[in-house]
Structures are given as structure tokens and as C-alpha cells.
Design a protein around this ligand. Structure first.
Ligand code: IPE
Ligand code: MG
Length: 257
């Protein structure tokens, strides 16, 4: 996943009233949802795919323009083999039933994360989904799959180091912006808000670099139950935050002046 063209908005906070938002979600709680119902965890993951479909639609209705979801982390390989196999089958399940609609509705799909470790069939399904929607620009859906924030930073560092080794770049060329253009998320603005349902309050290696100024919203709902009302509530919580990016609040600037 070499760096793509940098979006004009990359690095710029996108958040005057009404401007489209980049929302990132750690989809969590599938296992607990299933357990509460006496079901196998696999059915929790399948219900999680339905929640993703609902949430993509809800996001498009709620002035969100970029949605990045955490589907499978580089750490999830340590789960039992049968569960890993089920998780590996989810992109196929999702795209088989939804790619035509995503394509039609103007959604551009990107799967961010390492391709190593994925089956050839899964890589083909991913590449196909990306190619079919590559011309779209109404809504951007990034699915982090076999993704880890630290792994992605390492991969970006390797790419830049390779450019230096081949004489195409010098160490002193490296800036935050240039570094970001080597990440898997190159081309998307940084997330404005990162939502984690299921009650856990941690990032779990999601978008570590990109999260620098993201607002964090935690919600007490298990991912398979997630939908329009939860996203709306999360965006309302976000709208009430005072984002300063290290500067002063506007009225403090006036008071200081
Ligand atoms: C999210 O649900 C799916 C993945 C992390 C792949 P979990 O499987 O983590 O569900 P809980 O946390 O056990 O409830
Ligand atoms: Mg979990």
C-alpha cells in the first residue's frame, strides 16, 4: 500500500460547523453480544457485519464523509484458529452482499493494513472491492484489516528508509506531513472523532499517529447493536467538545489580547 496522492485536506482539522467529518470506530463487543444470548462468538461477528452496514448508511446521513472502522488487528491473530477463520471470512461476507450498493451509492472502499498473512482469495476480494469503487468520491470507507497502528508506523518508516537508501530522499526531508503520506491512511484527513462502543476505554493500537487530535467518545453499547441513534449520540457528544489543537480557546485569546 504505497502512499497515494495526499488529499488537500490531509493534516487540516475538518470541523467548522457543518463540515464533513472523519469518524473512526473500534468495532468492539461482538463476543459479549453473542455470549449474552448464549450464541457462539461467530454469530456475534456476523451480527457485527450487519451493524457495519447500518452504520455506513447512518454515517452518510449524518454529514460524515470518511468512516474508518477497525475490523481485524494485527493482535487478533492470537485468537483461537476457528475464530480467526471466521473473522477472515467477514470481508467476503460483507462485500458479497454489499459491494454493489456501495459502488452505486458513491462509496470508495479502501482496506488498510498488511496483506501478508491474508489468503490469496481474500486479497483478490479486497483488491476487487477497491477497484470497483475506485472512481467514487461521495463517501470514503476505510476498513482496517490486519492493521496495527504501530505496524503501520513501522511500515511507513521502512518505506521512507528505502527511499533514503536508494537516494530518492534525504533524512532531513522528513516532516510530519511527509511521514503521514507514507502511512496506510495517506489521502484521508485525520479522524475528528474516534468512537469505541462496548464500554472499553482504550485505542488498542488503532490509528496511533492519526489520533493525535481526535476526540475520543466511549459508548456503552455492544457493536452488533450499533446503529443510527448511537452514531448520532456520539456526534452530539463530539459537537460539544472544545477543540483547540494546543492553542487557546477563542475567548481566552480575546482575554489575553
Ligand atoms: C470485536 O468484537 C471484533 C474484533 C475485535 C475482531 P470482540 O470479538 O472483541 O468482542 P468482545 O470484546 O469479546 O466482546
Ligand atoms: Mg473486544
Amino acid at each position: 500500500m504505497a502512499a497515494e496522492k495526499q488529499s488537500p485536506t490531509a493534516g487540516a482539522p475538518a470541523e467548522e460547523a457543518g463540515s464533513p467529518l472523519h469518524v473512526a470506530i473500534v468495532m468492539d463487543g461482538n463476543g459479549r453480544w453473542a455470549k449474552k444470548r448464549g450464541l457462539p462468538r461467530t454469530l456475534g461477528h456476523r451480527a457485527g457485519v450487519d451493524a457495519l452496514k447500518r452504520t455506513v448508511s447512518a454515517a452518510a446521513e449524518l454529514n460524515v464523509r470518511w468512516l474508518t472502522v477497525f475490523g481485524f488487528s494485527t493482535e487478533n491473530w492470537s485468537r483461537p484458529a476457528a475464530e480467526v477463520a471466521e473473522l477472515m471470512a467477514l470481508p467476503k461476507r460483507y462485500f458479497e452482499t454489499d459491494i454493489a450498493r456501495l459502488e452505486r451509492e458513491g462509496v470508495r472502499v479502501r482496506v488498510i493494513g498488511r496483506r501478508e498473512g491474508l489468503s490469496a482469495e481474500l486479497v483478490r476480494i479486497i483488491e476487487d472491492a477497491q477497484a470497483r469503487t475506485a472512481h467514487n468520491d461521495r463517501f470514503f470507507l476505510n476498513i482496517a484489516f490486519n492493521y496495527g497502528g504501530q505496524a503501520d508506523i513501522v511500515d511507513a518508516a521502512r518505506r521512507f528508509a528505502a527511499e533514503v537508501a536508494s537516494g530518492r530522499a534525504r533524512p532531513e526531508d522528513l516532516t510530519e506531513q511527509l511521514f503521514a503520506s507514507h502511512l496506510a491512511t495517506a489521502g484521508s484527513p485525520p479522524p475528528d472523532v474516534i468512537i469505541r462502543p462496548s464500554g472499553e476505554q482504550r485505542l488498542s493500537n488503532f490509528l496511533l499517529w492519526e489520533a493525535a487530535y481526535a476526540e475520543l467518545v466511549y459508548q456503552d453499547v455492544l457493536w452488533p447493536d450499533y446503529g443510527h441513534e448511537h452514531l448520532k449520540a456520539a456526534l452530539e457528544a463530539f459537537a460539544g467538545r472544545d477543540r483547540r489543537y494546543g492553542a487557546l480557546a477563542a475567548d481566552d485569546v480575546l482575554a489575553a489580547g
